[in-house]
Design a protein around this ligand. Sequence first.
Ligand code: HEC
Length: 201
Amino acid sequence: MKSSHLVVATLVAGSTFGSIALAAKPAAEPVSPIVPAVVKNTKQVELGKKLFFDPRLSRSGFISCNSCHNLSMGGTDNLKTSIGHNWQKGPINAPTVLNSSLALAQFWDGRAKDLKAQAGGPIANPGEMAFTHELAVDVLKSIPQYVAEFKGAFGSETIDIGRVTDAIVAFLKTLTGRQPDFKLPILPPSTNATPRPVPFD
Ligand code: HEC
C-alpha cells in the first residue's frame, strides 16, 4: 500500500515537472521556431551556391540542381514528377530544398541519412544529371575560377567530389525559410473557441 502511494506520488511529481520543463523550453514543442542558419565558412557557401546553379555538372550541360529545385519557385519545379536528362520523366516528385537541413533524413523514403549523403547523388544519377563524379570534377578542374574558389573555400586547390558535396551542403544549410506565419494558435479539432490572433515577432 505504502509503496503504491509512493509510485503514484512519483508519477504525479514527474509529470508536473515534465510539463514545466516543456513550457520553459519551446524547442521541445511539436512546432518550434526556425533558427536562422549560422554560416561558418562564407566562401564555401558562395562556392556551393555556384555549384547548385551550374549546369556544367550535368552530362548535357543543361541541368543544374536548380532545374528541379528552382529557388525562385520555392525550391521545387512545380511538376508532378521531375524532368531529367534527355527529357526523361522521373518517377517521383521533387521536394523543396528549403529547410531540407532540418529534416531527420533525406528523400521521401528517408534513404539518405543527411544532406552530405544526398548531395553527390543527382550528378551521377542517369535519370537526373546523368554525369559521373569523375567527369564533373574534371570539368571543375578545367575552370581556373573554380580552382581559385576551391582554394579559398578549403585552403588548397584539390577538387574532389567530397569537397563538391561539402560546398553544396554548406549552401543548402543556408536555405532555411522565413518563419511560418502562424498567426493563429493551433487548436485541437474539437475546440469551438474562436482562435485569438497571437502576436508574432
Ligand atoms: C532531374 C531533377 C533533379 C535534379 C537535377 C536534382 N534533384 Fe534533388 N531531388 C529530385 C527528386 C525527384 C527528389 C526526390 C527523390 C526521392 O525522394 O526519391 C530530390 C531530392 C532532393 C533532396 C532531398 C530533399 C528532401 O526533403 O528529402 C535534396 C536535398 C536534393 N534533392 C538536392 C539536390 C541537389 C543538391 C542537386 C544538384 C546536385 C539536385 N538535388 C538535383 C530531383 C532532382
